[in-house]
Design a protein around this ligand. Structure first.
Ligand code: NAD
Length: 491
């Protein structure tokens, strides 16, 4: 069940197209087409899971669960390390496949994404034998212990970091001894299917890690509602997260949700403005702004407002070069789909209609095809505007002015989201004081979109539930059992 594909860089490879269940490739009745957003051409079709195939995948994960429990932590860890080595050896190919399937520039984005998964597999492999419980002394002849039990998990991921967002989920789940049904985004199924072959090669038994392509409303909904699944881990939009929370209530599944954001970046009068402009530009335009933690709102204190806009405009114009994702000089790829492309354009129109000042973005685009959008900068925005309130998920940023520290913090927190927030100030005390007040799961003092697999990540408010990565990410994948032990007589 493979199709021969020639990548835009001329490399030929065999793309799996089936559903990976029980370490075998199977077919279904329906297929979905995946499109190269830089050319608007169909790359290939893959089999899409319906309700029956989700049943099969969940059964495979359930059946694999008990035998997998008997595999030692050391053995699991060694398999994860082998998987990391296999993935590392295929980085070039899988990065190129993601560049084709998602449009992210190969050199500046896609390669780093795959290396990040290799790193996280190795980090989590180190956790396998450290997922332990506690001993809690009670009286002289009673104590309690806690044990952690793995789960059968359903994992649902978006298109903006196809393998990377999957890795955030399967690495800790494998470390804890869970069995998995993973559903990719219908817009970017290819890299995860290639990865599935490596799972088998690394020696994971059938049923431990199942991968299905499929549509959200069919396969995703069935997985989130399936009573054979103990926990759902989801990354995607807040609207879908809300739906999944309802669907998963059928058997009170454990849930972790990584959802949308509208992250504020505050620039104070005393900031290093050149640094602030550099980080702000990186933080909002990277991956064409299709980034949940994009600092898509910039709040600048009044004294440095004009100067910052000048520097920011310069920086954005210099750094972001629209182009073929396979060209070494391209730093800005296309938007993932025609739907997202149209949605972003409608936000840009709304920005203009609602009175924001367009500072950058209406230059012509040289590309003949593809869903490319210029880096777009609006100034003189206020918190009533749609482009300030809603997640655009594209290379569009709204700049507003504030006067006092208190006003800046209030404006930053005036949102339903709470994923990330950034503060630029050379005053150490102020940076920490403001950082403490910002309602966000990740706060960056004098940087933006910094990241490490060792550091927990997740959202306040409607940006999510739970924390992935680091030790917190490991804790998402076990159920705790308390065991009371008595070695005395009842009086
Ligand atoms: P999306 O919500 O449309 O889809 C995400 C996944 O959910 C896809 O696999 C999709 O098929 C599936 N899905 C859709 N409807 C479903 C349903 N009813 N039941 C079950 N599954 C369903 O999101 P997207 O457009 O793929 O991704 C963009 C969004 O993801 C943005 O809002 C972004 O902020 C968010 N995101 C968040 C993080 C984070 O860590 N917080 C990271 C990346 C992306």
């Amino acid at each position: 069940m493979y199709t021969e594909i020639t990548l835009p860089n001329g490399v030929k490879y065999s793309q799996p197209t089936g559903l990976f269940i029980n370490n075998e490739w199977i077919k279904s009745d329906t297929q979905l087409e995946t499109i190269n957003p830089a050319t608007e051409e169909t790359i290939c079709s893959v089999y899409a899971a319906g309700a029956n195939e989700i049943d099969l995948a969940v059964k495979a994960a359930r059946d694999a669960y008990k035998p997998w429990l008997k595999v030692t932590a050391t053995e699991r860890s060694l398999k994860m390390l082998k998987l990391a080595d296999l993935l590392e050896s295929k980085t070039e190919l899988i990065a190129a496949v993601e560049a084709m399937d998602s449009g992210k520039p190969l050199l500046s984005n896609a390669t780093a994404d795959i290396s990040g998964v290799v790193e996280y597999l190795r980090y989590c492999a180190g956790w396998c034998d450290k997922v332990t419980g506690d001993m809690i002394p009670l009286t002289h002849n009673r104590f309690a212990i806690t044990k952690r039990y793995p789960l059968v998990v359903g994992q649902i991921v978006p298109w903006n970091y196809p393998l990377s967002m999957s890795g955030w989920k399967f690495c800790p789940a494998l470390a804890c001894g869970c069995t998995i049904v993973m559903k990719s985004s219908e817009l970017t199924p290819l890299s995860l299917l290639l990865f599935a072959d490596l799972v088998k090669e690394a020696g994971f038994p059938p049923g431990v890690f199942n991968v299905v392509s499929g549509f959200g409303s069919i396969a995703g909904d069935k997985l989130a509602s399936h009573t054979g699944i103990d926990k759902v881990a989801f990354t995607g939009s807040t609207a879908t997260g809300q739906k999944i929370m309802q669907t998963a209530s059928i058997n009170l599944k454990k849930l972790s949700l990584e959802c949308g954001g509208k992250s504020p970046l505050l620039v104070f009068n005393d900031a290093d403005l050149e640094q602030a402009a550099k980080w702000a530009s990186f933080g909002v335009m990277y991956n064409s702004g299709q980034n949940c933690t994009a600092n898509s709102r910039i709040l600048v204190q009044s004294e440095v407002y004009d100067k910052f806009i000048e520097l920011f405009k310069e920086e954005v114009s210099k750094e972001w070069r629209i182009g073929d994702p396979f060209h070494k000089d391209s730093t800005l790829g296309p938007i993932i789909s025609k739907g997202q492309y149209d949605k972003i354009h409608s936000y840009i129109k709304k920005g203009i209609d609602e009175g924001a000042r367009l500072v950058l973005g209406d230059e012509p685009i040289a590309m003949k095809s593809g869903y490319f959008i210029n880096p777009t900068v609006f100034a003189d925005c206020d918190n009533s505007m749609t482009i300030v309130r809603e997640e655009i998920f594209g290379p569009v940023v709204a700049i507003s002015k504030f006067t006092t520290e208190e006003e800046g913090v209030d404006m930053a927190n005036d949102t339903i989201y709470g994923l990330a927030a950034m503060v630029f100030s050379k005053d150490f005390e102020r940076a920490h004081r403001v950082g403490d007040l910002l309602e966000a799961g990740s706060v960056y003092l004098n940087s933006s979109n910094d990241e490490s697999c060792k550091v927990p990540f997740g959202g306040f408010k409607m940006s999510g539930v739970g924390r992935e990565l680091g030790k917190e990410g490991i804790n998402l994948y076990t159920e705790v059992k308390s065991i009371f032990v008595n070695y005395g007589n009842k009086l």
